[in-house]
Design a protein around this ligand. Structure first.
Ligand SMILES: [Zn+2]
Length: 173
């Protein structure tokens, strides 16, 4: 548990300063047409997945609803169902493409619980490999990430054409 507590510790100050939907990184990414720039790796009808710019480990991403809601109980059943479905789909992708051997999944609800962006619910997914804690200085604010975000994006993103279609559909609604 101690390891998990550190894993989700809110020391990523750049995220901590964002408040409200106008400066919310999720809402900014949701509204954007540029999924490459925002590292949006998957889009569904009501949820999407985005790489974490300040990853705890290679391949760390977050899944969030399009709606700016902070409470789990505020999610509509179909949003919750799609969020779980997308999580499962992306876990399979991480196993296949990054050969992930395990995962930490976590949701911080509320600032008291360490949520960096308490107004916009998101599930963290952190892939793990046996022995990776050896190079994870979880107490510090720097760590070695061997793959760049762009490389990860290329590895994990859905096919661009499919993404573009979903972005169009979303903007039309
Ligand atoms: Zn938001």
């Amino acid at each position: 548990m101690a390891d998990l507590a550190r894993l989700w510790a809110p020391w990523r100050s750049r995220y901590l300063t964002t408040t409200g939907r106008h400066r919310c990184v999720f809402c900014t990414a949701r509204r954007s047409r540029d999924d490459v720039r925002h590292h949006v790796i998957a889009r569904g009808r009501s949820v999407f997945a985005i790489l974490n710019l300040y990853p705890y480990n290679n391949g760390h991403f977050m899944i969030a609803p399009y709606r700016h809601v902070g409470a789990l109980e505020a999610l509509r059943p179909r949003e919750w169902a799609e969020l779980l479905g997308m999580t499962r789909r992306l876990l399979r992708r991480l196993r296949a493409r990054l050969h992930a051997q395990g995962f930490n999944l976590g949701i911080n609800l509320g600032r008291a619980a360490g949520a960096g962006i308490p107004g916009h619910l998101h599930v963290h997914v952190v892939p793990r490999w046996v022995g990776d804690t050896n190079f994870m200085p979880v107490l510090g604010t720097t760590k070695v990430i061997s793959q760049s975000l762009d490389e990860l994006f290329a590895l994990l993103a859905e096919r661009p054409r499919r993404m573009a279609r979903r972005t169009r559909d979303r903007l039309r609604r």
